[in-house]
Design a protein. Sequence first.
Length: 295
Amino acid sequence: MSPAPTLANTREELAHVLADARKQGRRVGFVPTMGALHDGHASLMREAARHADVVVVSIFVNPMQFGPSEDLDRYPRTLPEDLELCAANGVEFVFAPAVDEMYAGGFSHESMRDGVTVQPGRLATILDGESRPGHFDGVLTVVAKLFGLVQPDVAVFGQKDYQQLTLIRAMVRDLCLPVEIVGAETVREPGGLAMSSRNRYLDPADRKAATVLSRALRAAQERAADGVAAARWAAMSVLKSEPAIELDYLALTSVDLGEPPDNGEGRILVAARVGSTRLIDNMRIEFTTPDQRGT
Ligand code: PAF
C-alpha cells in the first residue's frame, strides 16, 4: 500500500512539512484542486510527478470563485476519499486549509473589495467569464496565494478548464511568477464525457445527455478541414439533437482564445447546462480553409 500523504491544515504546518524537501533541493510539483478528486486529478498528480521530485496537492473549495447563486454550499467535499486517491498516486503532501486560513477573518465578496486581489483582465470577461462574472478573479487570486504558500517549481492544471489554464499562464507571465505551468490532457469517461467533480450531480439520464458535448466537439474536429463555419455548423447540429441540454456558448477560437485562424491550430469550447449542472468541455481543432487544401 502507498504511504498516506502528510496532511497540513495551516500555512505554518505546510511551511514546516515542506522545509525538508526544500533543504534537500527537491523539485516541488503542485496540483491545486477543490477536492472531490477523480481520475482526471490522478492524471494531473502523475504528470506533476513526471516534472518534479515531490508532489503537493491542495484541496480547498475556494469561495471567491463562486458567484452568490452558485453551488458553493453543495460542492462535494470528500476529504477521506481524496486522501486515498492522493496516496495511490504518490502524492507526498496535501494542504487542506479552512477558509479563514486562506482569507483572514473569513470570506465575503464585500470584504474582498477592500483587499488586494488579482484582476485577470479582458480575457476573463468572455466565455465562462461572461456567464460567471468575477469567477476568474477568484481563481487567479487563490492560485496566486497558493503559489505563494507552496512555492512550487512546477504546477499542473487540466486542459479541461482551458480558459482557466490560459489565464493562469497569463498571470504567471504578467506578474513574473517563478513557476512553470504544465497543461495536462483531459481525461474522459468511456462515453466521452470530460471528467469533472460536478459530474457527481448528474443522474443517469443527465450523464447520457451530457455526452453530447464531446460528440459535438468531435463532429467539429471532423469538419474543420472545411473551415471554421463548417466546423461550427457540425457542432451545432449535434448539440441541437439533444433537447436535455441548454447551451451557454459554443466558441471557436485561436489557441489563446482570440479569433479562430483560417488555417492551423485553434480551440473549440462549449458550455451547457444539463439539468441544474453547468458543464464545460473543449478540444484542440485544426482548421483548413477549403481553398488552401489544394484539392
Ligand atoms: O480547477 C480548480 O479546481 C480550481 O479552479 C483551482 C485551480 C483549484 C482554484 O481554486
